[in-house]
Unconditional design. Structure first.
Length: 275
């Protein structure tokens, strides 16, 4: 009985903490269905007194969130695919075999992790501009996916280094070439890491603001949801109810992606750490 009582104590402590932690999100969801007046004057109440879908409609149509949403889907999916392919190949090269200067390459990659993203925006902009890609989808995708994604590379490197070498040796004996071994033998084993990298980079790219803003200044219709959120702020006023609806539209896909890949998330991190 004493052990059971002791085991219940953490639940009693953490349940209120969880509810307090979730409250801002629940309030956001609730505010998306409130009138502007009720949102500003209704206090901390989570249940709308006057339920309305007008905020969702205004965000989706008038604030052009339908366009921004499709832009975000296309750009984010492209960025995630590029990052997974490039990071997996880099992680495989660094995690297997004895590449000359491997330790120095890993050290250089780790050092670049401490550089703020804003410090590289000028050289990235100059490169994109020299390729005549500015104000295009390609500009945003390459600027988001192009810089080295160190965390993804390290995760793949750690996971690949933990895979038994006998698998590669068996594939070589069967006559498989390098690309075949990588794509059909090794890469399918990294589903946990792929799930983890997908979650991290989907959220980062989906919520990106600086790069989509900089590379779509002349063509606002190419902007993503992260930039589109500012549609609700005018010079002298702000549409807070519409902002809540837009935030709900924006955050929903990230929750869905996390729920879909969550079974791989912890496994991917633990496997990479062991490696």
């Amino acid at each position: 009985m004493i052990k059971k009582a002791v085991g219940v104590v953490p639940h009693i402590i953490f349940i209120p903490v969880v509810l307090l932690w979730c409250y801002p999100f629940l309030w956001l969801v609730s505010s998306a269905f409130k009138t502007q007046r009720e949102m500003l004057m209704g206090g901390a109440n989570l249940i709308p007194q006057e339920f309305t879908l007008e905020n969702i409609q205004r965000a989706w149509v008038q604030a052009r969130f339908a366009t921004y949403f499709l832009n975000s889907v296309f750009i984010t999916c492209s960025v995630v695919i590029i990052i997974i392919v490039v990071s997996a190949m880099a992680g495989y090269a660094l995690g297997r075999g004895n590449m000359p200067g491997r330790k120095w390459i890993v050290l250089a990659l780790i050092i670049t992790m401490f550089l703020p993203k804003g410090t590289t925006i000028i050289p990235v902009y100059e490169l994109i501009h020299s390729l005549s890609l500015n104000n295009t989808y390609a500009a945003v995708i390459l600027a988001e996916a192009g810089p080295a994604n160190i965390m993804a590379i390290l995760l793949f490197m750690g996971y690949f280094s933990n895979i038994p070498k006998e698998l590669e040796e068996s594939a070589v004996m069967d006559g498989a070439k390098f690309l075949t071994i990588f794509s059909k033998v090794m890469l399918p084993l990294t589903k946990p890491v792929i799930g983890t990298v997908t979650i991290f980079n989907f959220i980062g790219s989906w919520n990106a603001f600086l790069i989509p803003l900089v590379f779509t200044l002349a063509k606002p219709h190419l902007r993503t949801l992260g930039v589109g959120m500012y549609s609700f702020f005018g010079e002298f006023s702000a549409d807070w109810a519409g902002f809540a609806a837009g935030a709900l539209i924006s955050v929903t896909p990230t929750i869905i992606i996390f729920l879909f890949f969550q079974k791989y998330f912890i496994e991917g991190l633990s496997g990479a750490v062991k490696g």
